[in-house]
Design a binder for this molecule. Structure first.
Ligand code: GYE
Length: 329
């Protein structure tokens, strides 16, 4: 017993030291009294703090861990895969009961996932997927259907322009290169708009899911493309950054350039209600309670579904005005 505690303390110190160089970590550890019922320990490797969505997601995970009586070890990878891999390795060393993480990109996880499997620590993917062929490397994947989200964005556009024959020039702000939501939202959108050749994506570039980069890339789009009809931004934050760029160029967001985004965070919904965004595809970050539930089942050795899809909707400007006061993120 004492040996186990001191081993934990030592590895805990190593992790804190490591986290110091990789962007921070905090243990929301419950003191638990040191004996009695054994609390589940979860190591969670978060992507970063790049967007309003991510902030809400982190809060949901931290709060629901507390509510579920799960000890959470949390690290922020600052959008860098190598930091996430380091965090996962440290959770393996600490022999946590379950590892959960939201993979910043889809590829390159097989080695570390095999290490977790060899250590018999179950892994739950949350929010974003990996492209590993071997699905036994993780127990379940909880998150949205990003292809479906892209399709919803495309469908709104098709409906908007159904009576027009003129070309529609679209620019796209993509999420983090190589991430599941960027890959899938792009592909879902293209699948729908490609049915009609009047829709043309004239420029497409990553804004890394942040406001600052969304603004920067939109400024460049505006300089090199005199006629932009529509912006499809893979998240609200990039859309909000782009709005600043559009206003800076003397154009009216939502009118001169129609804007579609994904997430439906509070700031995004406010801009939608104000008429600066035209349509938002919801992506729900409040997956903490479901995650804790799955973690408990997985640790107890219960069977869980391989895939748990989050329920989501879409919002027009009118709908945003109605629901804004009751939104939780
Ligand atoms: O849309 C974006 C965030 O993975 C679904 O990541 C998530 C995305 C979300 O940075 O705002």
């Amino acid at each position: 017993m004492f040996k186990r505690i001191s081993a934990l303390l030592i590895t805990g110190a190593t992790v804190l030291a490591m986290a110091g160089c990789s962007g921070g970590s905090d243990d929301t550890a419950n003191s638990g009294g040191g004996s009695g019922d054994k609390k589940i320990v979860m190591g969670f490797a978060q992507v970063g703090a790049e967007s309003g969505w991510r902030t809400a997601n982190t809060k949901s995970i931290q709060e629901s861990a507390k509510e579920a009586g799960i000890t959470l070890k949390f690290s922020d990878a600052q959008q860098k895969q190598e930091n996430q891999i380091k965090a996962i390795r440290s959770y393996i060393q600490q022999k946590v009961d379950v590892i959960a993480f939201s993979p910043v990109v889809e590829s390159g996880w097989d080695t570390v996932l095999q290490e977790a499997k060899a250590a018999k620590i179950p892994v739950v993917l949350t929010d974003r997927a990996v492209d590993s062929k071997d699905t036994s490397l993780y127990r379940t994947f909880l998150g949205s259907d990003f292809v479906e989200e892209g399709k919803k964005a495309g469908q709104w556009l098709v409906d908007q322009y159904k009576d027009s024959k003129d070309p529609v020039n679209i620019v796209q702000l993509e999420g983090t290169t190589g991430s599941a939501p960027a890959n899938d939202r792009k592909s879902g959108f293209e699948q729908v708009i490609s049915a009609d050749p009047k829709f043309k994506v004239i420029a497409s570039q990553s804004g890394n899911f942040t406001r600052a980069e969304g603004k920067q890339v939109m400024e460049a789009f505006l300089k090199s493309n005199p006629k932009i009809d529509v912006l499809w931004a893979h998240n609200d934050d990039m859309g909000l950054g782009a709005i600043e760029a559009i206003e800076g160029a003397g154009k009216v967001p939502g009118k001169d350039i129609k804007i579609i985004t994904a997430d439906a965070t509070h700031d995004g919904m406010q801009a939608l209600a104000d008429g600066k965004i035209n349509f938002i595809v919801e992506c729900n970050p409040l997956m903490g309670p479901q995650l804790m539930d799955l973690a408990k089942k997985v640790v107890a050795g219960e069977t869980v579904p391989q895939r748990v899809v989050t329920d989501e909707t879409t919002f027009t400007q009118e709908q945003a005005k109605e629901v804004l006061p009751s939104r939780k993120y």
